[in-house]
Design a protein around this ligand. Structure first.
Ligand SMILES: [Zn+2]
Length: 76
């Protein structure tokens, strides 16, 4: 299976982890609340996992404009 990371703001593909064995502990998924997990993590029928994260460009934009997404959940 693979894990794919996409930017939640601009949708760009950040990267993928291929051929890993599922371990939610090492991914930090188990530290999320159920609501966060529903919001950020989606599972495909193939077994792949898609995770919404943030790309460097958007992170930079947020750093410059801290109010830009003040109502959006951000990964710390
Ligand atoms: Zn982005």
């Amino acid at each position: 299976m693979a894990i794919h990371y996409h930017c939640r703001h601009c949708g760009v593909k950040i990267g993928s982890l291929e051929n890993i064995s599922y371990d939610s502990g090492s991914l930090g998924i188990d530290k999320l609340t159920d609501a966060e997990r529903q919001e950020m993590v989606s599972y495909e029928g193939s077994g792949d996992i898609h995770i919404k994260s943030i790309c460097e460009d958007c992170q930079e934009a947020l750093d410059r404009n801290p109010d830009f997404h003040e109502h959006d959940y951000l990964i710390h």
